[in-house]
Design a protein around this ligand. Structure first.
Ligand code: IMP
Ligand code: MG
Length: 175
């Protein structure tokens, strides 16, 4: 199957923005004993890998995975469920959720509520991409890479039906 791809954010722009975000996170968490980075599978795995390696503060990696009911590509219905949880208790920990993209906002909203209930010392969200035109839930984002238009994007961890996840650039796919 052939998809038509147009580069939206180049690998060079991603690299420099990830470095910016890492500097901000380093500054904000300076002096903290440990930051727990929770990557949201699968889409955030490349972003998390690059961000985590660009940081200098003490850090730990966890993963969480959620799914929308009905296995749809988006969570417009707002129905989200947890399919893989973190391996360690986050109570009293400084936690940063690392997402690939905030579309309607339902996924991140669900995750933040779920994690906040476990009483971390602090809880913030970092997302590489956001589609402001699609927002249905107002969920605060502490660190943002890029705002993008309402197009389906792939690459740098993001997929379209599991295709194009490992592309180095972020591309819009014409469906
Ligand atoms: P939300 O719950 O509507 O904010 O959707 C968030 C999730 O939908 C993201 O974590 C992605 O897994 C997926 N998603 C939304 N838009 C895109 C896209 O353009 N490309 C790839 N995945 C997307
Ligand atoms: Mg995601």
């Amino acid at each position: 199957m052939t998809d038509t791809l147009d580069t939206l954010v180049s690998r060079a722009d991603i690299e420099s923005r990830v470095a910016d975000l890492a500097r901000l996170v380093d500054t904000d968490y300076r002096g903290v004993d440990e930051l727990v980075l929770i990557g949201v599978l699968k889409g955030s795995f490349i972003f998390l890998a690059d961000l985590a390696r660009a940081l200098t503060i003490p850090r730990r990696i966890e993963f969480i995975s959620i799914s929308s009911y009905g296995d749809r590509e988006s969570t417009e219905s707002g129905a989200v469920r947890l399919i893989l949880d973190v391996r360690h208790d986050i109570e009293g920990k400084h936690v940063l959720v690392v997402e690939d993209i905030v579309d309607t906002g339902h996924t991140l909203d669900y995750l933040m509520r779920l994690l906040r209930a476990r009483r971390p010392a602090s809880l913030k969200a970092c997302t590489l991409l956001r589609k402001p035109d699609r927002a249905e839930v107002d969920v605060p984002i502490d660190y943002l890479g890029f705002d993008i238009p309402d197009v389906w994007v792939v690459g740098y961890g993001l997929d379209f039906a599991e295709r194009h996840r490992t592309l180095p650039d972020i591309c819009a796919v014409r469906r």
